[in-house]
Design a protein around this ligand. Structure first.
Ligand code: GLU
Length: 596
């Protein structure tokens, strides 16, 4: 009897703890999912869930991508949002075509090459890069994110902006739990955020960063999204939000004695009114039978990654030992970045020799420069001459200053999301506010951070990437859509400033030459050479056998805490969708499918 009682008691306990109704079922690997009814991969679980819900309710990939992006504007406000810009690649299955939308921020009419000069410097020295140049009104470009969402939905979506903003409005209003990444990003920016009253009020309540586990609500952002949901983009580009942006840029809301000099910008309502998204042709290249679609100018992401692949294609990377293979890739990156830094700018302002840069003949001249060892630390590759490989070999009217400055990028800004729907439509979208925390300035009363994208210009003349009125700064964003020879379709992308290019290249080579799955290629160590003296790598990489062997070939490896936080999705020929995000970087991402 007594024995039966205990057996019964144990069974009750087992049932209670096996099926806790209130506890969500833990997903074994939140960064990897397989299914057939559509898929979303982003850096954040809540954003991915919102995208999945849109797909589940019948929306297509474009609807789900915008809903996911709007949610990321709430949960990843230091990486991206309506105060910034980005580039969207869309594959329309029915028409079998790839379209790109350029929603890059634009310089206001007041932009000049002197815009970042220190007003107090008698010699006209530039402001120090951080915090001064990145945290002010002059660095703010006219945002392009909302017009990208609107244009994408209007042309290729099935739902209205108002509908897809709804879940993000609820998220901003009801709040969400602060995680470690969110808290870290505030801590890293504490001094900068504390310089602006509006940013301090939102992210440093009582002067302290929000703590992990607390609930963060952003009612001002909910109100801004709500306004856009009911009235469209006019309040933002021609009405009350626009006026608040202009006021913020021209008179940054600093505390009484900011710890650094904050210069104003000159953006006006006319600058906002003039903004338009551009629909541009994608850049296409072929590599080992894969057809690779990338983003065109003013991003350097497509052309630079294609040039590296063109240079690498004549080497049998999979046949070489891994040290020689990665040495070759590093050297190809070094050369392609020299060309990028010399020739790329906004195509509406400068003649970029794109045909030459993408040509096989030019790649051949660059390939010939790759030696058996890495060059000296002080060595910087000089640009090649792509003009010889164009039908029109006349030089661009805008000559370039050689040795464009190479600046070390802060890791971690920007975000990439990938979505596919049950019909096979795909969105590969990278968007940003530039630095982590953008300009550091929240628009008072509207709950979003303004970008500091104009720091992507090279503040020198002549240079194709000089600041000019209405011009878009050169970007590195590189959303990709790839068609494999076996019928698989693969979409991916990453954040990380100029390391975006080397991150998508690393993923590409791991997929196309070294036989890794997309998930393994995303998780693999990063190796990034951008024509600097050192090659940046993940912190643990230096001690690996490959790391040590690369060092013996003369490569100077610099460990950095984080390079990229990629996401991607593959669609197998039989329709199986595999969504993948980072297992570890940036706290781990989130991949889900509609029917797991
Ligand atoms: N501003 C950068 C670019 O467009 C993106 C920001 C980043 O990832 O650091 O290339």
């Amino acid at each position: 009897m007594r024995r039966n009682f205990w057996i019964g008691f144990a069974i009750v306990l087992l049932i209670l703890f096996s099926f806790p109704a209130h506890r969500p079922v833990a997903q074994p690997n939140p960064a990897l999912a397989q299914g057939r009814g559509g898929a979303v991969a982003s850096v954040d679980r809540r954003a991915t869930e919102i995208g999945i819900e849109v797909l589940r309710s019948g929306g297509n990939a474009i609807d789900a991508a915008v809903a996911t992006a709007a949610a990321l504007g709430v949960t990843e406000p230091f990486s991206a949002g309506i105060g910034g810009g980005g580039f969207m690649l869309i594959y329309q299955k029915a028409a079998d075509r790839v379209i790109t939308l350029d929603g890059r921020e634009e310089a206001p009419a007041s932009a000049t090459v002197e815009m970042f000069k220190d007003p107090d410097s008698p010699m006209g020295e530039p402001l120090p890069f951080s915090p001064n140049r990145i945290s002010n009104g002059a660095a703010v470009g006219v945002p392009g994110t909302l017009p990208t969402w609107e244009e994408a939905l209007k042309r290729y979506g099935t739902m209205s902006l108002s509908e897809v903003l709804r879940p993000a409005i609820d998220l901003a209003r009801n709040g969400f739990e602060v995680d470690q990444t969110f808290a870290n990003q505030i801590q890293q920016n504490q001094a900068r955020f504390a310089a602006f009253t509006s940013t301090q009020a939102l992210y440093l309540p009582n002067g302290q960063p929000l703590v992990v586990g607390s609930v963060f609500k952003n009612p001002d952002l909910a109100k801004t999204y709500e306004l856009i949901a009911t009235e469209g983009l006019n309040p933002f580009y021609r009405g009350e939000v626009g006026e608040a942006i202009v006021q913020t840029v021209q008179h940054p809301p600093t505390v009484a004695t900011p710890p650094f000099q904050v210069i104003p910008g000159g953006m006006t309502m006319a600058d906002l009114d003039r903004y338009a998204v551009r629909s541009r042709s994608p850049l296409v290249t072929n590599y080992r039978g894969y057809k690779i679609y990338g983003m065109g100018l003013p991003s350097s992401g497509g052309t630079t990654s294609h040039e590296v692949m063109n240079i690498a294609e004549n080497f049998d990377l999979s046949g070489l030992d891994s040290v020689k293979a990665w040495h070759t890739i590093i050297e190809a990156e070094r050369l392609a970045f020299a060309d990028r830094n010399q020739f790329i700018g906004d195509p509406e302002y400068v003649d970029v020799p794109l045909v030459g840069l993408q040509s096989a003949g030019f790649a051949q001249t660059r390939r010939a420069l790759i030696g058996d060892r890495a060059p000296e630390k002080e060595f910087r590759a000089t640009a090649g001459n792509p003009l010889l490989f164009q039908d029109d070999p006349s030089p661009s009217m805008t000559a370039s200053t050689p040795s464009a400055q190479i600046r070390v990028q802060q890791a971690g800004s920007t975000t990439h999301l990938t979505v596919v729907d049950r019909m096979g439509n795909i969105v590969s979208y990278t968007f940003t506010i530039e630095s982590i925390g953008g300009s550091g300035i929240v628009v008072p009363g509207y709950g979003f951070l303004l970008n500091n994208e104009l720091t992507d210009f090279d503040p020198m003349r002549p240079h194709p990437n000089s600041p000019e009125p209405g011009k878009r700064p050169r970007s590195s964003m590189a959303p990709m859509i790839v068609f494999a020879p076996n019928g698989e379709v693969i979409a991916y992308g990453s954040p990380g400033g100029s390391t975006i290019i080397t991150t998508v290249l690393g993923i590409s080579f791991n997929l196309m030459d070294f036989g890794l799955s997309l998930a393994d290629a995303i998780a693999a160590p990063r190796i990034s050479q951008r024509n600097g003296g050192v090659t940046q790598v993940d912190s643990s990489f230096e001690q690996t056998d490959l790391g040590k062997s690369l060092t013996t070939l003369g490569h100077i490896l610099e460990p950095v805490p984080e390079i990229g936080a990629a996401t991607g999705i593959t669609i197998a020929p039989d329709g199986l969708m595999t969504a993948a995000a980072e297992p570890v970087r940036r706290g781990g991402g989130s991949a889900m499918t509609v029917d797991r």
